[in-house]
Design a protein around this ligand. Structure first.
Ligand code: GDP
Ligand code: MN
Length: 378
């Protein structure tokens, strides 16, 4: 799950990382009012869950409240990489001397978190990573030990940070580590961490990604989710505890188990089909989950056929059949449906679906071919 800049910076601030004073606005007049409260120059920052806002024109420095209102109006009517801007952060503008990059993420190959830092921070960091990778230094963290003083000094020296900023840099880096660790983040990033004209370090931007699988123990973070920018079908799926990802094909897939779902998609592709979604109803799904899943799949106008591939283990095939029947009564699907039920209570399940006007299949290969043919209108 992605957090907005303002959310990430609020968390940073709670851990003692210095951030600019600022507030979120949803209208231009609100932005003007905040600018008046802050006094002086402000920066108007689009809050959308994509990178590169600066380059897209979504970050503008305003010299007074009137200009803040104007820029906020412009930015609030923008779309950045397809996402409408609904909020802006109005921050006190900073006078920048240098922009530093500082981030912590997982290094899967090393099986450890890694700190990345560069003296060449700011909007060009991706180019730096590509053309001058040696300008980004990397230091791994032992998660049991956390960050040690010698590491913060190594990094400060490695990015040629002025001596006077080392102490503050060390504190910020340790705080960023706590942010990362405490919140089950997969990324905690400050770009830029600036040295201001006043020589102080300030986190001007903030970005956090939270591990979705850890959200159950962070209800306060889960609440921060901005569902505005997710596909509505994915929001609905989350509500029912379904693992769902919308794709561009035309064969809806309802499968139990992530591995089986992947295999089902592979085999559909093998026979020339294109899956419309990844959907794992999970183990032991009851009829309510199944019918919700079916409504979500059928809500996609691209779907021309549905493949049900259910391996009954913990999940009972008769429960799945019941869900399918409930959903059929509700939504009256017009697309052909291919069903393969194997395992626990498969007989009962098949008997329940016998009069439901479904195409039945024995093997996965058979089911996939029938679904591909059905989607092609054969
Ligand atoms: P991003 O493009 O989405 O990463 O957005 P950032 O918040 O990082 O802003 C992009 C760039 O805008 C920064 O690298 C700065 O150069 C500039 N910027 C952001 N805030 C300020 C500010 O308060 N004052 C000045 N002078 N520049 C700013
Ligand atoms: Mn940035």
């Amino acid at each position: 799950m992605k957090l907005h800049e303002y959310q990430s910076k609020q968390i940073f601030s709670r851990y003692g990382i210095p951030i600019p004073k600022g507030k979120v606005a949803t209208t231009a007049s609100e932005a003007k009012q905040i600018a008046e409260e802050l006094g002086g120059r402000v920066v108007i920052k689009s809050q959308v869950l994509v990178g590169g806002r600066g380059k897209a024109g979504g970050i503008k420095v305003a010299k007074d409240p009137a200009e803040a209102e104007l820029f906020a109006a412009q930015i609030l009517s923008m779309e950045i990489k397809g996402l409408p801007v609904r909020k802006v952060l109005v921050d006190e503008a900073a006078a920048i001397e240098q922009e530093i990059y500082l981030g912590i993420t997982n290094d899967r190959a090393e099986k450890k978190p890694v700190i990345m830092a560069s003296a060449a921070g700011g909007v060009e960091i991706e180019d730096v990573a590509r053309t001058n990778p040696e300008k980004i230094i990397k230091v791994h963290v032992n998660p049991l030990l956390g960050i040690k003083d010698y590491q913060t000094r190594d990094i400060a020296a490695g990015i040629d940070l002025p001596r006077e900023n080392w102490k503050s840099f060390g504190e910020i880096l340790k705080a960023l580590w706590q942010v990362y660790n405490d919140n089950d983040a997969t990324l905690a990033e400050i770009n830029p961490l600036i040295i201001g004209k006043d020589k102080r370090l300030v986190a001007l931007d903030g970005k956090m990604l939270i591990d979705d699988n850890a959200l159950f123990r962070h209800p306060e973070l889960a609440e921060m989710r901005d569902t505005d920018e997710d596909a509505p079908s994915e929001v609905e799926a989350r509500k029912y505890g379904l693992t769902f990802i919308k794709l561009d094909g035309n064969i809806g897939c309802m499968v139990n188990g992530a591995g089986l779902a992947m295999a089902s998609m592979d085999i559909l592709k093998f026979f020339g089909g294109e899956p419309a979604n990844f959907l794992d109803i999970g183990g032991g799904a009851g009829a309510d989950k199944v019918s919700a899943a079916m409504r979500i799949i059928l809500g996609d106008p691209n779907v021309k056929a549905i493949l049900f591939n259910i391996f009954g283990g913990i999940t009972r095939c008769d429960e799945v059949a019941k869900g399918i029947l409930i959903a059929m009564a509700e939504v009256k699907p017009k697309v052909p449906m291919v069903v393969r039920l194997v395992g626990t209570n498969a007989e009962e399940g098949r008997a329940m679906l016998a009069n439901a006007n479904m195409i039945t299949a024995e093997t996965l290969a058979d089911a996939a071919q029938k679904a591909v043919a059905a989607a092609k209108g054969a």
